[in-house]
Design a protein around this ligand. Structure first.
Ligand SMILES: Nc1nc2c(c(=O)[nH]1)N[C@H]1C(S)=C(S)[C@@H](COP(=O)(O)OP(=O)(O)OC[C@H]3O[C@@H](n4cnc5c(=O)[nH]c(N)nc54)[C@H](O)[C@@H]3O)O[C@H]1N2
Ligand SMILES: Nc1nc2c(c(=O)[nH]1)N[C@H]1C(S)=C(S)[C@@H](COP(=O)(O)OP(=O)(O)OC[C@H]3O[C@@H](n4cnc5c(=O)[nH]c(N)nc54)[C@H](O)[C@@H]3O)O[C@H]1N2
Ligand code: SF4
Ligand SMILES: [Mo]
Length: 697
């Protein structure tokens, strides 16, 4: 105990970036606590932070390179592993061309500074166009809206929750997720503060979520109809003559086109489609437009659906036409110490979008990545450009992508697959080679992505606490080394800390934020509240905000023709849910997180349960076009009638990770359908999947 040390560090499991104080000795963590002085998280922490130590000591963790020999994984040396990887990858490309390798990058990469810096080099070294990531099962519509309206995929507004009087949350559950594309740790406290100021929080969701229960009001909505609601609000604001561009009047184009586009989407039509009554819709529009400050924030519920792009466009448009864009208490832009937008500026450049279309079904490519929904068909369909080998880094698409079982089957047939991961799981079990990754407490942490989307500007950097197991290289070194070996380069690039030092002088706080100041700060550096700045930062070719990009206008006829996909065979609509004690599909090996009752239940409204003869806890079969699962029922008035909810991230059944999940759980993505897509962005449409529920047995 004599060597107890205290270490300040940001938690990098989710987007919330909570400040932690960790006490430890040479070999183990003694405590992980919230940092009450952190200017962003202000003492917030969730149960997952304590599990950070479990990821390091997990007995099932991979700690040596593993090669599959006769169906079994056997440990090999790093040199052997790199040689094997390079030989096999090159063989595939020599025989079938560069695009024969597919790359899938999963969510943890977004939280790992060294990975973010080095993955582009690996992807370039592979030279394939067949690139995929979890972004197309998530936030790609936000990027697409920003590209077309503001000129850069990462110039994304966040709700200035600390100063707003009116916050409408469409399809987000920040009390559980702690905010996404809106880093807002301690969201419950923020809601309390907002309400105490006399403000109002409105939640639009087919489920009465934890956030909805605490909000000022909640309105159930039929899945995938949000674009009707948002367009009707735009329509109403024009009709009531409440448009106010405020300081942006000289930089906004497309106002008339927006007015015309929204015209057919009346409150009455929206009421019929959404199930929210017309007066409520009109009232929301007027109250939003006339409130002192206000922000509309739309997230997963409004992104991973058939009209995800229209929703994100309409959300931005609403914030813009009410004077709430780039204004205090509205939807604002961060000024991060490491400014990704500035570093990758496109000012003055004209590009065309989508950048490409996929080979088999012609889905759009944005940000250099094809939709995850087409990955299986690109593996299955013969011809030039067919994927015959895969590289996955921190990804588990068998559990996280729509119709995951189709990916599972397609991976089985690959000529070669390799993964960089911490576990043998449902995805990596298909690999011929797994390279072990380092985890949070063994690495440096600087959040390159989520400071760009945080409700308050801060900066923090910390070095590793512990050595890596077996003296393994850092994950960024593994990625960089693989890239170097593929291209024949004789050295890898500078360390993440060196790169950080080089990049900070180009950011918004070059004077105050350096590696040194962050290391000596004893926690995060406070860089102040969000400040208006978008006029200097616009990246569109004409330097204007485009309220009515053609790509969204062109999609409106599809919206006008929309009707729910339910049928006699599949009469219910399925949505997902997130849970405090798990993060996507990979934290389930931490006993302290999975303990307790089985949380993998299908939630259903009492009237639906009664009609189907279901009782609490009864095992039911949930079936969709693509598959079936059996799981326990949870009857609750928190669900909208006609809608059922299954949590995402469960269903571990292969590899060593399955062992920790004592009860058999199911994967929602055995049911989600890869044919359901937002055609504008290519995003997976997870919400509103038509399903049938029946008693098992
Ligand atoms: N504890 C925990 N936190 C997490 C994660 C986790 O797994 N666990 N994952 C992290 C990740 S990767 C992300 S991207 C974020 C996501 O963060 P959020 O978007 O806040 O999280 P979700 O719970 O997916 O919220 C989506 C909401 O949309 C609702 N919904 C479904 N369909 C519709 C619809 O058609 N319309 C509307 N209006 N609502 C709909 C759902 O009921 C749900 O409440 O969370 C992050 N934080
Ligand atoms: N139906 C439905 N499906 C969804 C969602 C939903 O709401 N509903 N949410 C979607 C969203 S928002 C997301 S972001 C995706 C996530 O989808 P993915 O990114 O594919 O999945 P994760 O569950 O995050 O799995 C991460 C993988 O990385 C590994 N891993 C963990 N830490 C590390 C590390 O430090 N290094 C390396 N190399 N590997 C590591 C884990 O073992 C696991 O294999 O899922 C999507 N899928
Ligand atoms: S909310 Fe997210 S960042 Fe904060 S402690 Fe939990 S997992 Fe970590
Ligand atoms: Mo995500």
């Amino acid at each position: 105990m004599s060597n107890t040390q205290t270490h300040h560090r940001t938690c990098n499991i989710c987007e919330a970036m909570c400040g932690l104080i960790i006490t430890h000795d040479e070999t183990e963590v003694l405590s992980i606590k919230a940092d009450p002085a952190d200017p962003l998280s202000r003492g917030h922490i969730c149960p997952k932070a304590t599990a950070l130590q479990d990821f390091r000591t997990d007995p099932d963790r991979i700690t040596t390179p593993l090669k599959k020999v006769d169906g079994e994984f056997v440990p090999i040396s790093w040199d052997e592993a790199y040689d094997f990887a390079v030989e096999r990858l090159q063989l595939v490309q020599e025989a079938h061309g560069k695009d024969a390798i597919g790359v899938y990058l999963g969510n943890p990469n977004a939280h790992k500074f060294g990975n973010l810096l080095n993955l582009p080099t690996l992807v370039r070294a592979l030279g394939t166009q067949n690139r995929y990531s979890s972004a197309t099962a998530d936030q790609i519509p936000h990027h697409v809206a920003s590209i077309h309206m503001l000129g850069h995929p990462m110039l994304i507004p966040v709700a200035d929750i600390a100063r707003t009087d009116f916050l409408m949350i469409v399809g987000g559950n920040p009390l559980v997720s702690n905010g996404s594309m809106m880093t807002a740790p301690g969201f419950g406290k923020r809601m309390d503060e907002l309400k105490a100021r006399g403000g109002r929080v409105i939640v639009i969701d087919p489920r009465r979520t934890e956030t909805a229960a605490k909000a000022s009001e909640h309105h159930f909505i039929k899945p995938e109809t949000d674009a009707y609601l948002l367009l009707a609000m735009i329509n109403e604001i024009f009709a009531a003559d409440l448009v106010n561009l405020d300081t942006l009047s000289d930089v906004v184009v497309g106002l008339d086109a927006l007015r015309a586009a929204a015209e057919p989407f009346t409150a009455d039509k929206a009421a019929e489609m959404t199930g929210i009554d017309a007066d409520t819709i009109r009232g929301l529009a007027r109250d939003f437009a006339t409130s002192n400050t206000g922000a509309i924030y739309s997230r997963m519920g409004a992104s991973t659906q058939a009209f995800g792009s229209l929703c994100q466009w309409a959300t931005n448009a609403l914030n813009i036409i009410t004077g709430n864009f780039d204004a205090e208490g509205g939807a604002m832009f961060t000024t991060p110490a490491l400014d990704y937008v500035g570093m990758t500026s496109r000012k003055g450049k004209v590009r065309s979008y989508p950048e490409k279309r996929s080979r088999v079904s012609g889905q759009p490519l944005y940000n250099g990545e094809f939709p995850i929904s087409v990955m299986a068909e690109e593996m299955e369909t013969p011809g030039e450009g067919q994927i015959r080998a895969m590289v996955t880094v921190a990804g588990n698409p068998v559990l996280t992508a729509p119709n995951g079982q189709r990916i599972d089957r397609a991976m089985e047939k690959l000529d070669f697959m390799m993964s960089i991961d911490i576990h043998i799981n449902d995805t990596t079990r298909h690999a011929d080679l797994i390279l072990p990754a380092t985890v949070a407490l063994e690495e440096v942490v600087y959040d390159m992505v989520f400071h760009s989307f945080a409700v308050h500007n801060t900066a923090a950097y910390a070095r590793p606490i512990f050595d890596t197991p077996n003296g393994n290289p850092q994950e960024w070194e593994v990625i960089a080394t693989l890239a170097a070996k593929l291209t024949g380069a004789n050295k890898i690039g500078p360390s993440p800390e060196q790169v950080l030092s080089m990049m900070l002088p180009q950011g918004h706080h070059a004077d105050t934020v350096t590696v040194e100041t962050m290391l000596t700060a004893g926690g995060s550096i406070d860089l102040g509240p969000l400040v208006p700045n978008v006029t200097e930062r616009l990246e569109t070719p004409d330097g204007m905000i485009n309220l009515a990009p053609q790509v969204f206008l062109d999609d409106l006829p599809r919206l006008a023709e929309f009707s729910a996909a339910t049928s006699d065979a599949f009469p219910l609509m399925m949505i997902g849910r997130r849970q405090v004690r798990s993060h996507n599909s990979w934290t389930q090996n931490s006993p302290r997180l999975v303990k307790g009752r089985n949380r993998c239940t299908v939630q259903i409204h009492p009237t639906d349960a009664e009609r189907l003869g279901l009782t609490e806890d009864a095992d039911v079969v949930v079936a969709s076009r693509v598959g079936e699962v059996t799981m326990p029922t949870e009857i609750t008035e928190d669900m909208a009638p006609g809608v059922v909810s299954i949590p995402q991230g469960w269903g571990q059944r292969h590899g060593n990770i399955a062992a920790a999940t004592k009860t058999q759980t199911v994967s929602i993505n055995d049911l989600t359908d890869d044919a359901r897509i937002d055609p504008v962005s290519g995003n997976a449409a997870f919400n509103g999947v038509p399903v049938a529920v029946r008693l098992a047995g």
